[in-house]
Structure formats: C-alpha cells, structure tokens
Design a protein around this ligand. Structure first.
Ligand SMILES: Nc1nc2c(ncn2[C@@H]2O[C@H](COP(=O)(O)OP(=O)(O)OP(=O)(O)O)[C@@H](O)[C@H]2O)c(=O)[nH]1
Ligand SMILES: O=P(O)(O)OC[C@H]1O[C@H](OP(=O)(O)OP(=O)(O)O)[C@H](O)[C@@H]1O
Ligand SMILES: O=c1cc[nH]c(=O)[nH]1
Length: 455
C-alpha cells in the first residue's frame, strides 16, 4: 500500500471512532468493505478478470461497480459531433458522483448507480440499485487516475494486455455489441483511445499493487489475488491498514480465556491463571517474528534435518507494573534472557513522564520484546518506545507484546512507529472517557497483583 493510501485509510478510520454530529455512537470499524480497483486499457480484459475474482469469491458478498456507469451524458451539441468527443479523457467521467456513490457503499448504504447507454451516449432509466457488500470491485480504464478514488482502495490492480490484442478485441466488441462500424472504431482509436491511453491510463500503472500480464488468461495471478482477499477479509480492519499488527489467530480456547479474564466476577486466582496462559501464547507468537538463520543438523537416525537457529541477541523490557506480569513467560521461553524495566507516570489524558528506566547497556544491538498487556490511549507505549529509540534501538528491532489493544492505541503507535511490530491477542472496540479499553478487562495491574478494591 502506498503512503498516501495508508494515510487516507487511517484518517477515514479515525472518523469511524468519533461520535456522529447527532451524538450517536460510532460505526463498527469491523464492517468496512474491502475495495479493489481494476484498471487497464480498453478491452484489456478487466471485466473478465473481475468476473473471475467474483466467481472464486463465491461465498463472499461481492459487488462490481463499473466506471463506465459514471460517463457524463452527452448534450445535443456534443451528440452532433460525437466523433470529436474524447470518451477516454478523465473529464468524460463524473468522478464526483462516483466518489459519493463509493462513499455511501463504503459506509454500508445501498446506492443508486447510473445506467449508461453506449448507443445513445446517455444515462438511461432505470438506474441500478447496488447493495453494500463485503467486497467492492471498481473497474474501469481510469479508476486509478484520481488520487481520491485511489485512496479508497485496499488493492489496486492493473490489467496489462498487449495493445494489438486489445485493438482486435475492441473492433470485435464495438461492432458487435455497441453498434459501430470498423472505420469509426479505428478512427476513434487513433484519435482518442490510443493517445489517451498513453497520456492518462498507462501512467496509472505505477499506482498498482498488482499488474496482471495477459489479463484473464493469467490464472495464477487471479488465484493469488483471491487468496489475498480471503486473508484480508478474515482480518481485523486495522490489520489491513497497518501491516505491522499481528493478532494471534483466534480459537475457542483463546476466546474462552478472554471470556474468563474479561469477566468482572473472575477471582484473582483464575485471572492470573488465564492471563498467564494468554501471555504465554502472545510471547510464543511474538518470538516467531524474530529473525533466524538456517542450520542443518544430524538427527540420531543419521538423517539430515534442515532447521533454523533462533536469534540470540534479545532482551525483554517490561513497562512497570502490568508489563512485569509478562516477564515469567518470556523467561520460560528464552533461557537467561535479560529483562529491562521502564516506569512511566501518567499525567492526565496526554502527559506521560519517564520516572525510571533500567535497561541493558548494549540494548541498541538487541532485538527488544516490549511487554505491556494493555494498549489503551497508546500514550504509555509511545513514551516507552521513544525511550528505547533514544537508547539507539532500531525501530524495526522492537516487538511490542500485548494482550488487549484499543484501535486508538494502535493508531497512536503505528502512525508514529510504522516499522515496529505489535503482537496482540485481541483488538477491542474503543476507549471510554477515562481511557479504559472497552469492553476491556478493567485495571489489569490491580486484578493481576490483587491491589483492587474487590477480590
Ligand atoms: N464511441 C464511444 N465509445 C465509448 C463510449 N463510451 C465509452 N466508450 C469507450 O469505452 C471504452 C471503455 O470501456 P472498456 O474499458 O473498453 O470496456 P470494459 O468492458 O470495461 O473493458 P474490458 O473488460 O477490459 O474489455 C473507452 O475506451 C471509450 O473510448 C461512447 O459512448 N461512445
Ligand atoms: O495506553 P495508555 O492509555 O497509556 O494505557 C496503558 C497503560 O495503562 C496500564 O498501566 P496502568 O497505568 O494501569 O498502571 P499499572 O500497570 O501500574 O497498573 C497498562 O499496563 C499500560 O501501561
Ligand atoms: O483499560 C485499561 C486501560 C489502562 N490500563 C488498564 O489496565 N486497563
């Protein structure tokens, strides 16, 4: 994803968490559709590529929106000189209308999309009603041209088919389906289609995440795209925006443990037991993100086993005091690991002050596993990470291990530190005014160390 798109998605996500003007509560951020843009020259096979994607995503709700539907209707004067009208120019499309329709679909609203008639060069009745879906595919020659349209997309595809093949298809299609003669088609091609392709369409190839050579004949590319969409659909939206967040795969065991630690009635004894189990899983998962080197060994049967060696230059850093609950699990997994400490004092909603730190003197040359079970506003994490960076630890060498993260905390950390990794076990819905995670699990430290008012 390019940085412009990441920024746009981040901003749009932020909007989802703020109350509406009427004070109503936020939309569920889990419900944003996955938007795919499919561009390419005329008759490159965009429609066929889209249909293949839709067919393979048969168990998902998918809707196809054609940029062609947003062609401006020609007025009488333009109709009289239709052979001089450039249908391949960005101005030929009503992009404002396309943006407003896409915005509605993106926010889960049904929308009426114009019905453009290629024979009369006008929008005709009835318009097409399109229902919101899990996946929206926006297809057309210039869907990657306007940055506002590109910014809506989670995946950008360019179908790259040889221009001779495209011209042959175009002649066939326009004479058979669109009521034109060969001479007109060739004339339009030379005057407008080819020059506009070179000026407006081809330059948008650089924005594509995926370029499909040979269009719909490329089964491998289509399979990979579908596989990627399936993975993304199964993910929390924030993981689609920030590639550095990893949520451990949910199982009934994990959900059962969350049910226990989140339950206000759970005793301290049980809270500690199940929090420890979850912590151990997060730690094991986090270690999987460390670099490794390959190693071949000989087993007792005399066979060769091609394995790997763990990265040895590690250390843990716990944020006092809740983060200290994660130290035992880290020690149990990494024999003899050094563990440093950071104590941060919270002042009001935003202020965080470093009170104390004790870190290994050679921390700059180690991979750091930062330990804190709760990521709420993100202020403490941002402060702790800043301390590590000030000691010379490269951002990409930090893995933040966490049990419960709020969307606001994720935005705060990932925006500032895009190269750091966060491994968490669940992403919650939001924060309350007191900056407690909702639904959350209350004050982790008090529940784990038994310092709360109640048992
Ligand atoms: N003559 C004429 N051409 C038009 C009109 N409207 C659109 N076009 C042409 O239609 C083309 C856009 O459609 P294509 O991208 O070829 O169609 P598609 O079915 O989406 O493309 P593929 O699936 O890739 O074959 C542009 O190159 C325009 O020149 C029209 O009213 N008159
Ligand atoms: O993202 P933030 O809004 O900064 O909140 C998260 C911080 O809050 C919790 O600690 P807490 O202040 O409750 O202290 P404790 O660990 O001593 O209980 C948690 O362990 C984080 O350090
Ligand atoms: O919900 C929260 C927020 C901060 N600290 C916690 O322990 N829980």
């Amino acid at each position: 994803m390019d940085s412009e798109m990441v920024a746009a998605l981040k901003n749009s996500h932020e909007n989802h968490f703020s109350p509406g003007s009427d004070g109503s509560s936020e939309r569920n951020p889990l419900k944003l559709p996955f938007i795919i843009g499919v561009a390419g020259g005329t008759a490159s096979g965009k429609t066929t590529v889209c249909n293949m994607i839709i067919a393979q995503l048969h168990d998902q709700r998918v809707v196809l929106v054609n940029q062609d539907a947003f062609y401006r209707s020609l007025n009488d004067e333009q109709l009289q000189k239709v052979s001089e009208y450039n249908f391949d120019h960005p101005e030929a499309f009503d992009t404002e209308l396309l943006l407003s329709c896409m915005a509605k679909l993106r926010h889960g609203k049904a929308v009426s999309i114009p019905n453009y008639d290629f024979k009369t060069h006008k929008s005709i009745e009835p318009a097409r009603m399109v229902n919101p879906s899990d996946v929206i595919i926006l297809e057309g020659i210039l869907v990657l041209h306007d940055s506002r349209v590109r910014d809506l997309m989670n995946m950008k595809i360019f179908v790259d088919t040889d221009s001779d093949v495209r011209l042959a298809r175009r002649i066939q299609r326009d004479t058979v389906e669109r009521g034109r003669n060969v001479e007109n088609v060739l004339d339009q091609y030379a005057k407008f289609v080819k020059p506009s392709f070179e000026e407006f369409i081809l330059p948008t190839k650089k924005y594509a995440d995926i370029i499909i050579p040979r269009g719909a004949d490329n089964d491998v590319a289509i399979d990979l795209i579908v596989q990627h969409i399936r993975t993304k659909l199964g993910q929390h939206d924030l993981c689609k925006i920030y590639p550095n967040i990893f949520v451990i795969q949910s199982t009934f065991q994990i959900r059962g443990m969350h049910t226990l630690v989140r339950d206000a009635k759970t005793t301290k004894h049980d809270f500690v037991f199940y929090a420890d189990r979850l912590i151990r899983l997060v730690v094991e998962h986090g270690l999987g993100h460390l670099p490794f080197t390959e190693k071949q060994i000989t087993t007792p049967t005399g066979s060769i086993y091609c394995g790997v060696v763990f990265c040895k230059r590690l250390c843990g850093v716990s944020v006092i005091r809740s983060g200290e609950s994660m130290e035992n699990a880290l020690r149990a997994c990494c024999k003899g690991i050094k563990i440093g400490k950071i104590l941060i004092h919270g002042e009001g909603k935003h202020g965080r002050q470093l009170i104390y730190e004790k870190l290994p003197s050679d921390i700059a040359s180690r991979h750091v596993l930062l330990l804190d079970p709760v990521l709420a506003s993100g202020n403490s994490a941002v402060k702790a990470i800043s301390v590590l960076l000030s000691k010379g630890v490269p951002e990409s060498n930090i893995i933040f291990l966490n049990l419960i993260a709020s969307p606001q905390g994720i935005h705060a950390v990932c925006k500032k530190f895009p190269r750091l990794k966060i491994v968490t076990s669940e992403i919650d819905t939001t924060l309350n005014k007191e900056l407690h995670v909702l639904p959350g699990m209350g004050e982790f430290g008090d529940r784990y160390f038994g310092t709360g008012d109640t048992e």
